[in-house]
Design a protein around this ligand. Sequence first.
Ligand code: 4NP
Length: 149
Amino acid sequence: MTKILMVCLGNICRSPLAEGILKSKLSKNFIVDSAGTASYHIESSPDKRSIAVAKKHGLDISNLRGRQFEVSDFDGFDLIYVMDESNFQNVVKLARTPEDTGKVKMILNEVHPNKNYEVPDPYYGGDHGFENVYQMLDEACEIIAQQLQ
Ligand code: 4NP
């Protein structure tokens, strides 16, 4: 069973959306989870703007709760997708082995290989930013799902 973890900073805007989108594209034979590198939003629901944009596209992510990335996630997951360079640095600095490091990937590199494009943090922006993030993540997750299945 392949296990995939989506990681952003707060685990309330981008990574819960990525979790919901990828889950919707995969069968039950996959585990998809999300986490944040920061501890600000442990046990929080996703941001209401992420819940709304997901709902607009037919997904319910309202039951997800925030948690912080931990070193044991390198054991629990096969693939760790991060949203931006800062997430990448924060996760990779916790890696214990080259195998751990090798699990960590910038999610938009699935769409634009080796470019290291970032999913912008929509937290301080308006609703438009959330739709933009949704579209980016949907495109990336479609490719990830095709590769995995
Ligand atoms: P996320 O967005 O990393 O996509 O969940 C953020 C959410 C909260 C904060 C920053 C980014 N914050 O500073 O509280």
